[in-house]
Design a protein around this ligand. Structure first.
Ligand code: MLT
Length: 313
């Protein structure tokens, strides 16, 4: 019998899949932290998490018998992968289940920014009928800079084409031939900063991408640029972005992710920045995406425990 711990409110269908196997004892728990997590984790063969459970070095070092960690989502930044690897624990993610949701959400952010919809909504709630302050811009013929052309970045680019945007893309791993096929013009980061009307980032957070866009990069941009981050907090330097919004150096930003989540106890400077749409990391929050990633993770755990197979789609 394998024991599987499921936390962070995984979609029910993923849990159901696992419960169908007589070889599995599946236990569901609310998000656990620190010592409570260390105590609970002992004796499990597998754990499935979303983003709230933090499988830190300390937690993993204290674990006994854990064989696989499945992350029901893309980013594995809540898991200390080097420690897991050192302990021989396999880490898998669910890389494709939330692609469309996150791409659509990025687009929703872009349109909301272009047309200032959240700011108009806030004004209506104050019972102010203001038709002058919320003049926006069209997307047609605007240049969209997409940094990171993996699954999500590519889907964003496809949708931008339908809106008649010109797409400049940066991704060291994408060939010129593939980019052309996708209707994307590959460009240097510098060119993207200088020519884009909208810039959206779709990279993981790594040592190479932390602070990728900071004060110096923002200085290269048009004053009318609007910046979107639905990828990971920290790719865009929050202090530099907030400063650019406060001084009117850029036209707007939409931010779904933060260097520390939730950002409230860290006095994040974006919280009171003007022309900035903020949301609590909702890119993958759709019924479809949560269903998809739960199934991907449950199947990955079952395949590994029963057949020793590691399948990452
Ligand atoms: C992901 O990494 O899959 C997304 O950021 C969504 C999430 O954290 O659940």
């Amino acid at each position: 019998m394998f024991r599987i711990l499921v936390t962070d409110k995984l979609d029910a269908e993923g849990v159901e899949i696992l419960k169908r196997y007589k070889e599995f004892d599946v236990v569901e728990k609310e998000t656990l932290k620190g010592d409570a997590l260390i105590q609970e984790l002992r004796g499990y063969d597998a754990i499935i998490v979303r983003s709230e459970t933090k499988l830190t070095k300390e937690v993993l070092e204290a674990s006994e018998g854990l064989k696989i960690i499945a992350r029901a989502g893309v980013g594995v930044d809540n898991i200390d992968v080097p420690t897991a690897t050192k302990k021989g624990i396999v880490v898998v993610n669910a890389p494709s289940g939330n692609t469309i949701s996150t791409a659509e959400y990025t687009f929703a952010m872009m349109i909301a920014l272009a047309r200032k919809i959240p700011f108009a909504h806030a004004s209506m709630q104050q019972k102010v009928w203001d038709r002058k302050s919320f003049k926006g811009v069209e997307l047609l013929n605007k240049t969209l800079g997409v940094i990171g052309l993996g699954r999500i970045g590519t889907e964003v680019a496809k949708r931008a084409q339908a809106f008649g945007m010109k797409i400049l893309g940066y991704d060291p791993y994408l060939s010129e031939e593939m980019a052309t096929k996708l209707g994307i013009e590959l460009a240097s980061l510098e060119r993207i900063y200088k020519e884009s009307d909208f810039i959206t980032v779709h990279t993981p957070l790594t040592d190479a991408t932390r602070g990728l866009i900071g004060k110096k990069e923002i200085e290269m941009m048009k004053k009318s640029v609007r910046i979107i981050n639905c990828a990971r907090g920290g790719i865009i330097d929050e202090a530099a972005l907030a400063e650019a919004l406060k001084s009117g150096r850029i036209a707007g930003a939409a931010v779904d992710v933060y260097s520390k989540e939730p950002p409230f106890d860290s006095a994040n400077p974006l919280l009171d920045a003007p022309n900035c749409i903020l949301a609590p990391h909702l890119g993958a929050s759709t019924a479809e995406a949560q269903y998809n990633v739960a199934i991907e993770s449950a199947e990955a755990v079952a395949n590994f425990l029963l057949h020793g197979m590691i399948v990452n789609s």
